[in-house]
Design a binder for this molecule. Structure first.
Ligand code: GDP
Length: 428
């Protein structure tokens, strides 16, 4: 994160690569990385060396930028003295806005350039007032598992302060509270409270409404019943939540109805392994909404999941973890070909998403995907959250320019390695 004149923004430095001349794999990695940057950025800063003029790699990047619709600001660096400006004309001819002459080393022109950056950024998203920063939780589950009872028990918890006045932007169907000092919104509590006598109608209604509520939430509290165990609908709801990229906490309710040995989360971890084998990362809490046993464990577990969801994976760390995974257990070969990684980066998505640029997206075997996901989780946690691994072909330019295809490293799995440079932080 950086801040200039009160405007906060994130700078991603894509220059962490070892640019060793014309080696194909290095160029492919640069191209892959540049594409990610173009896709994800609101504004692109093209940094050029005014004393050297344009290199072939610069021209390659310029070509990519021209084809994108993104706003580009050009900084011509190393403009240490007026005598060094002889390549400025070449840079001006690129057709972007007038380049800013800067000297990063001497700090010359940097402030003016940052002014331009801040001016060119799209308007900051208006932060809605009130509950926008609150963690948003949706309570879901089949009829009669105890959602409404759980809601009342949570609101009755001495650590929960229910907001007496509706906030200006607050949705009247939600409940806003402060739990241990942390703002929390329980999404669509009106839907949980509403009851219908026709059970079939209720079932249909509550599931659909619950899914809608889920879309507005950061994490889902999936309530199941200790005495009846897991039904198909419970699995469906958990599946929806994960597909939508939401965090998931499994709340086993009504533990007062089962033997003491069956009241602990560890017991349910074993019982639920098979039913929720697609979500081994979801924490389990066991409660009784009736007796209030362990009711205080529910919201902290959910807040932990929401926190894990917001983890940032620095690109150099992420690439290190993945390269190590590739080295320790190389991907199996398929028809004589092996998956190769060019570069990986976290996408700017609400839920944890990693984009991997590879030689061929068809070469990732399901079990190898699982293995890579585990390696990422072992390093970064992400407890309670789905992790999306998105594969992109590093050489998909082939379609537009068949004669000049750049391929992901054909020989070394270490091609395109990032040399330990985290995103830069600029500031005053
Ligand atoms: P909902 O349809 O999921 O909102 O479920 P309700 O909260 O309306 O609860 C359904 C029934 O289960 C009611 O009769 C509750 O009293 C009962 N119930 C809810 N939680 C518990 C619990 O922890 N233990 C027991 N024994 N009964 C519960």
């Amino acid at each position: 994160m950086a801040e200039w004149r009160g405007r906060e923004f994130t700078i991603v430095d894509t220059a962490g690569l070892d640019m060793d001349g014309g080696k194909n794999e290095s160029r492919a990695a640069i191209e892959a990385q540049t594409k990610v940057a173009i896709q994800e950025a609101d504004l692109i800063v093209l940094l050029l060396d005014v004393r050297e003029g344009l290199t072939p790699i610069d021209r390659e990047i310029v070509h990519l930028l021209r084809r994108s619709s993104r706003r580009v600001l050009v900084a011509a660096n190393k403009a240490d003295s007026p005598n060094d400006r002889h390549f400025a004309h070449e840079i001006t001819e690129l057709g972007f806005d007038e380049p800013s002459l800067v000297s990063a080393q001497h700090g010359l022109g940097v402030g003016d350039f940052l002014d331009r950056v801040v001016e060119a950024l799209p308007a900051a998203a208006e932060e809605p007032e009130g509950d926008s920063k609150a963690d948003r939780l949706a309570i879901m589950g089949r009829p009669n598992v105890g959602k409404s009872s759980l809601l009342n028990a949570l609101l009755g918890d001495e650590r929960a302060l229910v907001s007496p006045l509706p906030g200006t932007t607050r949705d009247p169907v939600d409940t806003e509270l402060v739990y241990d000092g942390i703002p929390v919104v329980l999404v669509d509590t009106a839907g949980i409270r509403r009851k219908s006598s026709a059970r079939d109608r209720l079932e249909q209604y509550s599931l659909m409404r619950g899914i809608h509520a889920m879309e507005r939430a950061d994490a889902v509290l999936l309530v199941i019943e200790a005495s009846t165990g897991v039904l198909a609908q419970d699995q469906h709801v958990a599946g929806y939540a994960l597909e939508a990229g939401k965090g998931l906490v499994i709340v086993v309710n009504k533990i007062d109805l089962v033997e003491p040995a069956q009241r602990k989360p560890a017991h349910w971890r074993t019982v639920l392994t098979r039913s929720f084998k697609f979500a081994p990362f979801a924490p389990i809490v066991t409660v009784s909404a009736l007796t209030k046993e362990s009711i205080g464990s529910v919201i902290p577990a959910a807040l932990e999941v929401v926190g894990q969801r917001r983890i940032k994976m620095p690109p150099n760390e992420l690439n290190k973890v993945l390269r190590q995974a590739f080295t320790e257990h190389p991907p199996p070969s398929f028809k004589g070909r092996r998956l190769r990684l060019g570069y990986a980066t976290q996408a700017a998505s609400e839920s944890p998403t990693v984009v991997m640029f590879v030689n061929d997206v068809g070469l990732l075997h399901f079990s190898y995907r699982r293995y890579l996901e585990k390696a990422i989780r072992d390093r970064f946690g992400l407890h309670g959250n789905p992790l999306k691994l998105v594969l992109r072909a590093a050489s998909d330019r082939r379609t537009s320019a068949p004669g000049r295809a750049l391929r992901a490293g054909p020989t070394s799995p270490r091609s395109g390695e990032v040399k330990g440079r985290p995103p830069r932080v600029a500031g005053r």
